[in-house]
Design a binder for this molecule. Sequence first.
Ligand code: NDP
Ligand code: 2XX
Length: 364
Amino acid sequence: VVAAASSSSPAVTTAEAGEVPATMKAWAYDDYGDGSVLKLNDAAAVPDIADDQVLVRVAAAALNPVDAKRRAGKFKATDSPLPTVPGYDVAGVVVKAGRKVKGLKEGDEVYGNISEKALEGPKQSGSLAEYTAVEEKLLALKPKSLGFAQAAGLPLAVETAHEGLERAGFSAGKSILILGGAGGVGSLAIQVNQPDTHHHCISIHQLNLHLTFTWPERTSRTLQLAKHVYGASKVAATASTPKLELLKSLGADVAIDYTKENFEDLPDKYDVVLDAVGQGEKAVKVVKEGGSVVVLTGAVVPPGFRFVVTSDGSVLEKLNPYLESGKVKPLVDPKGPFAFSQVVEAFSYLETGRATGKVVISPI
Ligand SMILES: NC(=O)C1=CN([C@@H]2O[C@H](COP(=O)(O)OP(=O)(O)OC[C@H]3O[C@@H](n4cnc5c(N)ncnc54)[C@H](OP(=O)(O)O)[C@@H]3O)[C@@H](O)[C@H]2O)C=CC1
Ligand SMILES: CC[C@H]1OC(C)=C(O)C1=O
């Protein structure tokens, strides 16, 4: 499931960057419902840009569970108006910049999560389209060592992993249990706890994030070193039988097969539990006194808490050197990348709850 690093030839050339049509292809729904509400519109309006935004020619997008929940109407009270073009995660080329944009210009290859608050007024015109408008502050320059498909799979998941660990006060010497270790968020949460301590430790301490990103293939070898250098005392994670080896290769010390045992029945307790499944009520049974339970979805019971991810290009920006050097790679589910014409199928696969890493749509 680990995508080979490649700076695939961009789906969009800089030459194209100068020509912005009035209409575009975009997936949209004008009613809430299941996947059948998604329709491909061949003549959707290309979004206008505000002064602090850029227009991105989309090369790749990634799906997140929030896309499916939003389409089902779960957040209609705070959603942007219908019709909606879904999609938070984007990678592509800047084709126009607003007059207040300072750090980006036409031709720049960028990536990011286009909605600052995932549930409060998310972009009406999202990334499952040929063009999308997004604030400069939500984007970062795409690392040249990553293809557009690989980059598109990072933003929302890695921003969630980072924010969850920060809110939990995770730090060296602490132990963590990640419920849902093989998914988009969990697979990154595991990685950020397991630095590659060979030659180039890539902890990003200047971010004060205790984030450490590693090429998964190497983490399995550096696991033990990671514990002694980084100081993470233990990383445990849950998944089904076929994904246990993946968890280990991502750097988990303990891979718990939830089809065979219940983590809450095991004797181990953890300083932090990150719940990416919706098991907040069980999670609190295995947190140490004074520890933190971070719930991403579902019920929350004390001392657990839940948050909603905030998009922030500066988190991605600080990752770029580590991505450029090829030490950090996202996981793209091997059933993809899905073609732009296959968005309904991509949503169906995401909604099985079995995705390994990210469901990516590319090229667009
Ligand atoms: N609050 C927030 O801001 C955010 C919330 N979320 C939420 O977090 C959840 C996870 O998101 P994401 O990682 O993108 O989801 P994914 O769709 O990527 O998760 C799929 C993975 O979940 C695993 N999984 C499913 N059930 C279980 C289980 N009972 N125990 C362990 N693993 C399980 C699957 O592994 P297997 O096949 O082995 O079961 C699969 O690999 C979603 O509900 C999402 O809505 C995500 C981002 C932000
Ligand atoms: C209530 C959490 C909600 O927010 C995001 C981004 C999800 O994926 C959710 O389920």
